[in-house]
Design a protein around this ligand. Structure first.
Ligand SMILES: NC(=O)c1ccc[n+]([C@@H]2O[C@H](COP(=O)([O-])OP(=O)(O)OC[C@H]3O[C@@H](n4cnc5c(N)ncnc54)[C@H](O)[C@@H]3O)[C@@H](O)[C@H]2O)c1
Length: 246
């Protein structure tokens, strides 16, 4: 049984991870910590092998460092890492010779949607992205939309995208924003959770690849997979795609 401690266990994600770990017979929940707890001391006392962190962007890098220093493998879902923080933590992981995973999105379906869109873009280079989220979301476009555009860009030739060069736009912004020349349209409405469509147009045919996250449950299979695979990783990986064997 893998001994798991959940940090941020009083939060929305952390409490769900704790109950999901409890329900898996191959895992043992050995601790739940939150703001005010001594994370290092609790990891050592519980002899936790894997620590899952869903806390706050301001604390994520420090927590990951503490988890490594305390001898455990981090599985981190907290968002907001700066590239230099990831690099520093990757150097620490390789010095310690220990595996870890930071994944800004644990929904396996989202990773597949990005992967399928990037594959399809080789044959359907004309495409646009629509991402739709609840109206409390602080940023636009979503990190997933940006990452999708970057994955597509890596697979597809550079291409002037989506409209005629001399298209007249009578309302500024009506054709969306651009990432790697790919138009991204952000919709924010109450009632939505997290959704994304990649629309690919071809001659006489049209392909839509869509993912809908309906609740936080969608992240749990990815978190469980990470907990079970993290001990075998070489170094600190960034992104769930690194453990999906795609
Ligand atoms: N990777 C993913 O797939 C994914 C999915 C959903 C949310 N998130 C991210 O996970 C994080 C948490 O989201 P949430 O909705 O559960 O938030 P939340 O506010 O419901 O919970 C966060 C919890 O962390 C605790 N906390 C804050 N700072 C802490 C610290 N320094 N040490 C220990 N505990 C601390 C808070 O007290 C709270 O209980 C956010 O960064 C969010 O963007 C990631």
């Amino acid at each position: 049984m893998i001994k798991v401690l959940v940090n941020g266990a009083k939060g929305r994600m952390g409490s769900l991870v704790a109950s999901t770990v409890r329900g898996d017979s191959s895992l043992q929940l050995v601790g739940e910590t939150d703001l005010g707890d001594d994370l290092r001391a609790r990891i050592l006392a519980a002899q936790a092998e894997v620590v899952v962190d869903f806390t706050h962007p301001d604390a994520a890098a420090k927590n990951t460092e503490i988890i490594f220093q305390a001898g455990a493998h981090p599985v981190v879902g907290t968002t907001g890492f700066k590239p230099e923080e990831i690099q520093r933590l990757q150097e620490l992981a390789s010095r310690l010779g220990r595996g870890g995973l930071i994944a800004p999105n644990f929904a396996i379906g989202v990773i597949l949607m990005m992967k399928f869109a990037a594959e399809a873009a080789r044959y359907f280079p004309d495409l646009e992205i629509i991402e739709l989220h609840h109206n409390q979301k602080a940023d636009a476009p979503s990190g997933t939309a940006i990452k999708t555009a970057e994955w597509i860009h890596a697979k597809r030739d550079q291409k002037p995208q989506g409209s005629l060069v001399h298209e007249k736009q009578t309302i500024p912004g009506v054709r969306g924003g651009r990432c790697q020349e790919i138009p991204i349209h952000s919709v924010r409405l109450p009632g939505m959770v997290a959704h994304q469509e990649v629309l690919l147009g071809g001659q006489g045919q049209f392909l839509t690849i869509r993912h809908d996250a309906l609740s936080r449950e969608c992240y749990m299979p990815g978190v469980l997979l990470a907990i079970k695979r993290v001990k075998g990783l070489k170094g600190l990986m960034y992104g769930l795609e690194n453990i999906l064997e795609l």
